[in-house]
Design a protein around this ligand. Structure first.
Ligand code: AMP
Length: 187
């Protein structure tokens, strides 16, 4: 199974991805986690992107596409994967389509988690307050920027995938279990 999880920050992509990993025996490819790992390791990429992440902006399409292109070649992706946080722009979606076409792979669907903006802000503030490791972009200013970036650059992907007939909208404002059940039904 090959899926995209699409939704704004705080929509529950990570939570639902973890559950799908267990259910289907596939891997979660979170570009945010990959970039945070690079920052923590102070690698060349990490040093380059740290400021971008902290400000809540997007790293370049070129960089993130090359990271994903390498990652999906790995053996553990042979069984399938969930893309969590990628693609985030139309250019990334086009690049992904080309990548998958070259490998003769088809996506099984794009799950869109729909959550009202007011709820997102609350969820992320709760996440920041409760988690042991606070993300450097879970603060008011970066968060506003991340939502703004989502609305401008990522939200157009809803129509993009709707047009391709692969969009599966799910009400992300229910309980975790109810959202999970709706995703399973949609797939
Ligand atoms: P996330 O954990 O998905 O919220 O991602 C955290 C941050 O990593 C984002 O705010 C961006 O700075 C960066 N990032 C993650 N995925 C992408 C992507 N597909 N394109 C550009 N930047 C990304």
């Amino acid at each position: 199974m090959r899926l995209i999880l699409l939704g704004p920050p705080g929509a529950g992509k990570g939570t639902q991805a973890a559950r799908l990993v267990e259910k289907h025996g596939i891997v979660q490819l979170s570009t945010g986690d990959m970039l945070r790992a690079a920052v923590a390791a102070e690698s060349e990429v990490g040093l380059k992107v740290k400021g971008v992440l902290d400000r809540g902006e997007l790293v370049s399409d070129e960089l993130i596409v090359s990271i994903i292109a390498d990652r999906i070649e790995a053996q553990d992706c042979a069984n399938g994967f969930i893309l969590d946080g990628f693609p985030r722009t139309i250019a990334q979606a086009d690049a992904l389509e080309e990548l998958l076409a070259n490998k003769g792979i088809k996506l099984d669907g794009v799950v869109q988690l729909e959550v009202d903006e007011a709820i997102l802000l609350d969820r992320i503030k709760t996440r920041a307050a409760e988690s042991a490791e606070v993300r450097s972009d879970d603060n008011e200013e970066a968060l506003k920027k991340r939502l703004d970036v989502y609305n401008k650059q990522t939200a157009p992907l809803v129509d993009y995938y709707k047009g391709k007939g692969s969009l599966k909208p799910v009400d992300g404002m229910q309980s975790v279990d109810a959202v999970a059940a709706q995703i399973d039904a949609a797939l």
